[in-house]
Design a protein around this ligand. Structure first.
Ligand code: GLN
Length: 445
């Protein structure tokens, strides 16, 4: 049925860069066969999944939304998929902003994805293809990645649940790097229970990722229904009142807080004094890491090569043709911020701000178990509305970035609608507190 749905709506949505309907059918048949033989098959192995095209899939083209990887076929599978058994029922590789840089999926080299709720609007980004696919029923659930909000914001724009796990909870091995100190893979699902189940499938220690945490994976489903009696929830003042937060979005966030209070939680207000500096700090740190991570696309080892006389000219032409504008902008910003004479003023300062934000959260978590804010200031915006104005696009990440910089888990849940468009509410928790976060999200659902 996922395949039939893809056929029906894909022409209008463009959720996938590469559809894999035959592969999905073949693999589903093999899982079926295993079930018939009485072999153990875990629940998540039976569910058709959309996979963001930033995750390496063996033998299946993985473009990262970029021309530079147009014909790239990885020789191994991302570790996050290891628990899916030999045959993840993958319906396709989902569209995304090039190298996950963006908030609207308009930076894809393969055309934008449209929001199933309103085709004139963006699905969010960078995991916009994953979000649209699930919202439109082209896959039951999806994997996205979140560096500064790319799972949570598209989930919010498409009326889904999106979870960014604690940094280190899910292996990044086989995830094509954007900003390595921030990147995390996360579930995008229709409800909180599915998010818990999908997290169960992808979480765990992996020696092949040096930042992967050797922390036991709890049973995310067992405490899901225990309610929020006595849970302390803090509404983050700076993020709820942040510049550009629409009135309706604020209202819906506060309404979600009230419903948690009615369910037995203690609700108060909390301040994260440095949270609003997260946005500028992120837009130094992430590009700095980009300028280093993307140096590998030189036409020698991966993907596109534009031939030329001399190796430097070959690099130049390959990168000029292979990368889109936003990627080039970030490489230049990052190279500048890291260059001698500017390093302390930009990168050094941004790292200090990052530490301040971590300290703000540490303090807040001595008084509260879960923090609440909008996921992003607005509902889904129109295609073309912000694409020529990078600063306006970046500003959409103001509420999601602090949790990314701190490496704490954060989930976006649908809180309601404003003018027919979904509004996401964000819950943030302390390191490895996903069970509490999921439980609170479930109670607010
Ligand atoms: N919108 C943010 C950016 O462009 C976040 C992207 C992401 O989380 N991958 O960097």
């Amino acid at each position: 049925t996922a395949n039939a749905r893809v056929e029906e709506v894909e022409g209008r949505l463009n959720s996938f860069i590469t559809g894999t309907p035959e592969l999905a059918l073949e693999r589903a048949a093999r899982v079926d066969e295993r079930l018939r033989r009485g072999e153990e098959v875990r629940p998540w192995e039976c569910v058709p999944i959309a996979i963001k095209d930033v995750l390496s899939t063996r033998g299946v083209r993985t473009t990262c939304g970029s021309r530079i990887l147009e014909n790239f076929e990885p020789v191994y599978e991302a570790s996050a998929l290891a628990n899916f058994g030999p045959d993840p029922i993958m319906v396709g590789k989902a569209n995304m902003d090039e190298f996950a840089m963006g908030s609207s999926t308009e930076n894809s080299a393969y055309g934008p994805t449209r929001n199933p709720w309103d085709l004139s609007r963006v699905p969010g980004g960078s995991s916009g293809g994953s979000a649209a696919a699930v919202a439109a029923g082209e896959g039951w659930w999806a994997l996205g990645t979140d560096t500064g909000g790319s799972v949570r914001q598209p989930a919010a724009f498409c009326g889904l649940v999106g979870l960014k796990p604690t940094y280190g909870r899910v292996s990044r091995y086989g995830l094509i790097a954007f900003a390595s100190s921030l990147d995390q893979i996360g579930p995008m699902t229709r409800d909180v229970r599915d998010a818990a189940l999908l997290l169960q499938a992808i979480a765990g220690h992996d020696p092949r990722d040096s930042t992967s945490a050797d922390v036991e994976v709890p049973d995310y489903l067992s405490s899901l229904e225990s309610g929020v009696e006595g849970l302390r929830i803090g509404i983050v003042r700076e993020l709820t009142e942040a510049e550009g937060v629409e009135e309706a979005v604020r209202e819906i966030s506060l309404r979600t807080a009230r419903s948690l209070e009615e369910a037995g939680a203690e609700v108060g207000e909390v301040s994260l004094p440095h949270a609003s500096y997260g946005l500028p700090a992120y837009y130094i740190i992430a590009p700095a890491e980009v300028s280093s991570n993307l140096a590998r696309y030189d036409g020698v080892r991966y993907g596109l090569r534009v031939p030329a006389d001399g190796v430097h000219e070959m690099y130049r032409r390959t990168r000029a043709r292979g990368f889109g504008d936003e990627v080039k902008r970030r490489i230049m910003l990052g190279t500048y911020a890291l260059s001698a004479g500017y390093y302390e003023a930009y990168y050094g300062q941004a790292q200090k701000v990052r530490t301040k934000i971590i300290e703000d959260f540490r303090k807040a978590f001595t008084r509260y178990d879960v923090l609440l804010s909008p996921t992003c200031p607005t509902t889904a915006f129109e295609l073309g509305e912000k694409v020529d104005d990078p600063l306006a696009m970046y500003a959409n990440d103001i509420c999601s970035i602090p949790a990314s910089l701190a490496g704490i888990p954060a989930i976006s849940i649908p809180g309601g609608t404003s003018r027919g468009l979904p509004v996401g509410v964000q819950l943030m928790g302390d390191y490895f507190s996903e069970p509490t976060l999921l439980r609170a999200a479930r109670a607010a659902e």
